[in-house]
Design a protein around this ligand. Structure first.
Ligand code: NAP
Length: 372
């Protein structure tokens, strides 16, 4: 029986991965082992009635017995352990949620509803590193996959509205903590309907600007505000998150770097775990909206066209609606008044599911099928 080692299973991405694997009955047909960098020897997760003892995630000899390793542990761990495995001539498959190996020449960014052909070619060529993509990029490609598949895209700008979860569990807590403080401090004003709106507004802004307001993780208030900066700076004025758009999209599609130009502004907002994006797509030619809708809607089973009406938008196209589901609604679809080749669209997706755990979960199944 093939052996699969799972590391990072109790982290945020790893927990969502475990939840999905249980839902889908994925723990079958192979022998799983669970590793930890801090809890070796302790009881790990229960799977199909067995409680697995945690193995040491730094024990390279043990790891090298695995046919497939799935890591949701983080880039530091990958940087530390993956080279040691290679030094032992380990020939297994490394499937990773971290970005560390994403742009290596001999790695594939996995998003099989979009690039199954690239994955299959990679397996056939003997590539062993399969890495989940950046959440924003994966969610864009799930939503607009039909346009890419048709070869209609000349370029895209994407303005993002990204959730707290993309920054980690501590940041999710900090956002809710900020919301609590705002609500608590405003309570008297809210309870008194006679309060003028300017007094309520002043109260909220006083809370946000109070030096004691909890911003240790985000570095600025997010509740009642936003932060137009995600990740580290690049030399060209982009943030790394913005740079990933063009870099990863082309790699996912198996295209040469920069073939399809993509750029935009990535913004953190007070959503818990859904990223949203507003797209301007420059099409290569004037394509009727009905054909565009068909191409997008038929591309994969998770994308869901939302009629460009207020009722449908409020019902279907919000983080509150989409969170915790695999749905990728795409709406606000219309030709822009700039010209008939310019398309506007808006999409929402759960960044821990299609943005992180789901492509990794599916890649494990693909790799298991491949090695038989
Ligand atoms: P995380 O929640 O910080 O978990 C990583 C590890 O931290 C766990 O596997 C666990 O490892 C350890 N840990 C220590 N204290 C813990 C606690 N109280 N609860 C749970 N785990 C604890 O990391 P993550 O956000 O899932 O990210 C993992 C990787 O996925 C990163 O490379 C990240 O960049 C990437 N990624 C993240 C997202 C996202 O939205 N968060 C999206 C795509 C990719 P031990 O058992 O070994 O101690």
């Amino acid at each position: 029986m093939k052996k699969v080692g799972i590391i990072g299973w109790r982290g945020m991405v790893g927990s969502v991965l475990m939840e999905r694997m249980r839902q889908e009955g994925d723990f079958q047909g192979y022998e799983p082992s669970f590793f930890s960098t801090s809890q070796a020897g302790q009881a790990g997760p229960e799977v199909n009635g067995t409680v697995y003892e945690l193995l040491d995630a730094r024990n390279v000899a043990l790891l090298s017995e695995m046919d497939i390793i799935v890591s949701c542990q983080g880039g530091g761990y990958t940087a530390e352990v993956h080279p040691q495995l290679l030094a032992k001539n380990w020939a297994g498959y490394w499937i990773d949620a971290a970005s560390k190996l994403r742009l290596d020449e001999d790695s594939i960014i996995v998003l099989d509803p979009v690039n199954r052909n690239v994955i299959d070619q990679g397996l056939a060529k003997g590539i062993k590193k399969y890495i989940g993509g950046n959440c924003t990029v994966s969610l864009m490609m799930m939503g607009l996959g039909g346009l890419f598949a048709k070869g209609w895209v000349e370029w895209i700008t994407s303005q993002t509205y990204q959730a707290a979860s993309g920054a980690g569990a501590k940041n999710m807590r900090e956002l809710v903590e900020q919301m609590r403080l705002v609500g608590e401090n405003a309570q008297d004003y809210l309870d008194d309907p006679a309060t003028t709106i300017l007094n309520l507004d002043r109260n909220v802004i006083d809370t946000l600007r109070n030096p004691a307001f909890p911003t240790a993780n985000f570095g600025a208030p997010l509740a009642g505000s936003l932060i137009p900066w995600i990740d580290s700076p690049m030399d060209n004025g982009q943030t790394r998150e913005e740079w990933k758009g063009v870099t990863e999209t082309n790699k996912i599609l198996g295209l040469a770097p920069g073939t399809i130009p993509i750029d935009g502004c990535c913004v953190r907002i007070g959503s818990m775990r859904c990223h949203s994006q507003a797209f301007t797509v420059k099409l290569k030619k004037d394509i009727p909206l009905s054909e565009i809708e068909q191409a997008i809607g038929e591309h994969n089973q998770w994308v869901q066209l939302v009629a460009n009406t207020k009722e449908e938008t409020l019902k279907e196209l919000t983080p509150a609606r989409v969170t915790g589901t695999l749905d990728i609604p795409v709406g606000r679809l219309r030709k822009m008044n700039i010209g008939p080749e310019y398309l506007s669209a808006f999409s929402v997706g759960d960044q821990l599911l299609w943005g992180a755990a789901e492509p990794v979960r599916r890649m494990l199944k693909i790799a298991l099928e491949y090695i038989g």
